[in-house]
Every structure is written in structure tokens, then in C-alpha cells.
Design a protein around this ligand. Sequence first.
Ligand SMILES: O=C(O)CCC(=O)C(=O)O
Length: 260
Amino acid sequence: MDKFLVRGTPKLTSEKRQHQPEEGDGDCTEDKDGTEEERPRRPVALPDEPHKRRATPWREIRAQGLNCSYTILFGKNEADRLFQELEKEIEYFEGEFTKLQVFGKWHSIPRKQVTYGDSGLTYTYSGVTFSPKPWIPVLEHIRDKIQLTTGHTFNFVLINRYKDGHDHIGEHRDDEQELVPRSPIASVSLGACRDFVFRHGASRGKRTSCHIEPIRLQLEHGSLLMMNFPTNRYWYHSLPIRKKTVAPRINLTFRKLMAL
Ligand SMILES: O=C(O)CCC(=O)C(=O)O
């Protein structure tokens, strides 16, 4: 899953993830592309502030082969509290698990990463197999809120921490063989608002077979982005470098894995 292209590398062969830094004018200022409609839908998200208890509307994001939904899952106070608790409780991988192999060379990943989940599961990408750490209360709380809100269940979470706008993740699809086929991926963002870009597989690289506009989103503090099937079959996503961002961000992608 997680492979990135080092600047100047001429050609990708087996890579699924590419690091393609894109420098924007600033954070969370770009226009949104793609088809979107705003309407209340089946899951009912209740903000944590009692005086604001009402369903948060979902934004439906649609394009050819892309099916995503976006909402604010946690109000500011709750999101602040969760961010602080994650900062205190999460123990990120160290040593060999902080490196990726690309073209036979090892590179440090430009962020911190860790996995938590049900025991017995494993997740392999870039040739490294990760065993999740056992669930802790703050992660169970976030997972349970997503499950209640969406009706989907999750047994694994990949956590990425970006210390500032220099940390990033390259273009990739979440298409590992361990994922339950057609299961959605639930992406919760806490901390700095960052740009997030979807690019259709047919529109990547120099020799593109067609031109499909990328879709740019801003992932806000407390937000939930549901990446539904078949999004990850056709679209790559990335969190580009944004040098003006100085604040940290934590992203949690909840997934449903099969025990292989
Ligand atoms: O930080 C993000 O929003 C993206 C994380 C991501 O792409 C992933 O976990 O696969």
C-alpha cells in the first residue's frame, strides 16, 4: 500500500503509492471539484454539544467510480479532547516499521504511523507485515461512534500523524488483499485542516488514457470521510505537502480486515 516515489525517480514499476508533492497556495483554500450534493442521509450524527443536537448533514461526493460521503462527526470541543487524548495515548511505530522499501532502497516515511485492532489480524504493505496493537479506550470510542453513525463495523485502524505540513502521504489506493471486499474505509481527521486529493487511475502519469479532473477536499478537525466501494478500485488519494501548515494532524482510517 504505502509506497512513494522519491523526487526525480524516473519510472514507477510495481508501486501503488507515489509521493508526488504538490505545493498549494495555502491550506484548505482550494475549490472543490466533482459532483457534490448536500442532504441529510441515513446515518444520524449527533454533535456532542447538547444544545446543538441535530443531524449533521452529509456531503455526497460523486464522480466516475468514486463514491464518498463527508460529515463533521465530532464538534470542536469533543474533537479537541480526542486529539489531546490521542496525543497522550497513541504509541507510534518505531525502528524498522518507520521505513519503506522503494526500488530496493529504504526510506523513512514522512509521518508517524501505527496500527491498532483485533488480535490475530495482520496487514501487509510495502513488504512489511504489521500486527495491530490492542484497542485502547479512546480508539474504541471513536470506532463505536463511527459504527453507530454509519452502520458499518470495523476491526482495524491505521493511524497517521503529520507533525506539520511537511509530513504527507503519497498517492496510493487502499486495496490490500486483507480488506473485506467492498467494505468502506472510514477516515477521521483531527487537528490541522489539510487538503486531500483524489486522482483517477486513468489520469495519472504522463501517458494518461483520458483526463478526469482530480477531486480536492479539505479534511477538517472532527470530520469523517467515508470512502465507499468502488472508490479505492479506481481512484488514488494523497495528502500533499502544505508548507504553510505548522500544526499537527492525526488521521485514523478504520478498516474491516479478513483474517487470512
Ligand atoms: O491522512 C489522510 O487523510 C490519508 C491517510 C491515508 O491515505 C491512508 O491511511 O491510507
